[in-house]
Ligand binder design. Structure first.
Ligand code: FES
Length: 81
């Protein structure tokens, strides 16, 4: 089974059960957040550092490494300092 999510206006596919970070990484995205001009993506991978946060379906601050991707999710980048 696969899931399809929208990131940067483009639909990308992942496997059922993958985290959002997993889907993004599998589709070639290594970073998806800007922090004081520094690109961020996965760092700890266990929900501690918050480097991977993004906006999911309008909800800010979602940890991409912890949230399972759901079919139809709309993912937006965040800029934080
Ligand atoms: S990578 Fe550290 S919280 Fe997600």
């Amino acid at each position: 089974m696969s899931v399809r999510i929208r990131f940067d206006g483009t639909e990308i596919a992942g496997r059922d059960g993958q985290t959002i970070a997993g889907v993004l990484l599998a589709n070639g995205h290594r970073t998806w957040r800007d922090a004081d001009g520094s690109a961020r993506g996965i760092f700890c991978g266990i929900g501690v550092c918050q480097d991977c946060v993004l906006t999911v379906n309008g909800v800010e601050g979602v940890r991409a490494c912890q949230r399972t991707a759901c079919d139809g999710d709309v993912i937006e980048r965040e800029v934080r300092s």
